[in-house]
Design a binder for this molecule. Structure first.
Ligand code: F6P
Length: 323
């Protein structure tokens, strides 16, 4: 094995740079040259790639985003796109490819693996919605950003006491996954949490909040994942049922930037190292993951998150602490 490629694809996630750094350093130690493919699968289709040397990855772990840039393209969902990518991988003389990204990117990697390309996928998405790993790169940083933001809202929520309770509805990312909302609610202390995996029970929310107001609480924090519903609709419905006005806050892409947390840097470094070692030592494709603190290689299958026992437990725990 002499040359491998690496690309970052889909929604960028803090920590991706640590994975790239770890891949280049581990490869270099094994006398393998790494080529960075830019803009995700777009770069693979358009042959936009460059040699990655030690100076290119020097101290990049501190930066959010990805030095390779990321991208999304529908061309990669077509058979022609996959055929073109296979041809380009051969033209670039790559002996293997490491794909860092979320569910859609991993599906693309799986298609390449079916065409006899040696591919390893590393889960990188703030959403934490890949079922073969306990954690994905970027999730921890995103949760920290959310918690910091909620802490700030709490300062004003607790300080300014009006006649009516002050209620804040904070939308966090997670199109199909409630993990950022759940874990942030758990660590930040929300009064309610809404996630796409559970239908919103307005009666339960109203009862819970009114009970808190009855015993003298003057404010409430509700964290809602973007996939749980439309922010304005949820706000209007709650305002109508509660009879109080609500301030909505959309954290949006703030959650995808900033310095990666220690956890994400370390996780990404482990994933990168293991990905290269797997390429060298095993004749297998698949998805790297962390399971009970062990770094493992999973077979490509349906990587989309399905409800696990732990997820249900986290939901019950978060709800219990909300009340
Ligand atoms: O997949 C990660 C994610 O951050 C989702 O939580 C969010 O819905 C989406 O990406 C936003 O993507 P874009 O940057 O294309 O708006």
């Amino acid at each position: 094995m002499e040359r491998i490629g690496v690309l970052t694809s889909g929604g960028d996630a803090p920590g991706m740079n640590s994975a790239i750094r770890s891949i280049v350093k581990t490869a270099q130690k094994n006398k393998i040259q790494v080529y960075g493919i830019e803009f995700g699968y777009i770069g693979l289709l358009e042959m936009k790639y460059k040699k990655l040397n030690i100076l290119d990855i020097d101290h990049i772990s501190t930066d959010g985003g990805t030095i390779l840039k990321s991208g999304r393209t529908d061309r990669f969902k077509t058979d022609e796109g996959i055929e073109q990518a296979v041809k380009n991988i051969k033209k670039m003389k790559l002996d293997g490819l490491i794909v860092i990204g979320g569910d859609g990117s991993i599906k693309g990697a799986q298609k390449l693996a079916k065409k006899e390309i040696k591919v390893i996928a590393i889960p990188g998405t703030i959403d934490n919605d890949i079922n073969v790993t306990d954690y994905t790169i970027g999730f921890d940083t995103a949760c920290n950003i959310v918690i910091n933001s909620v802490d700030k809202v709490l300062d004003t929520a607790k300080s300014l006491v009006n006649e009516n309770p002050r209620i804040f509805l904070i939308e966090v990312m997670g199109r199909n996954s409630g993990d950022i909302a759940l874990y942030s609610s758990l660590s930040g202390g929300a009064d309610e949490v809404l996630i796409p995996e559970q239908k919103i029970d307005y009666n339960e929310i109203i009862n819970n909040l009114n009970n808190k107001f009855k015993i003298g609480k003057k404010y409430a924090i509700i964290i809602m994942a973007e996939g749980a519903g439309k922010l304005d609709e949820v706000k209007n419905k709650l305002e109508k049922d509660l009879g109080y006005s609500i301030k909505s806050i959309l954290l949006g892409h703030l959650q995808r930037g900033g310095n990666p947390s220690a956890f994400d840097r370390i996780l990404a470094s482990k994933f990168g190292y293991y990905a290269v070692q797997t390429m060298i030592n095993k004749n297998q494709c698949g998805i790297i993951g962390i399971n009970c603190n062990d770094i493992i290689l999973n077979k490509f299958n349906n990587s989309k998150k399905t409800k696990s026992k732990t997820d249900n437990e986290i939901y019950e725990l978060s709800k219990t602490l909300c009340h």
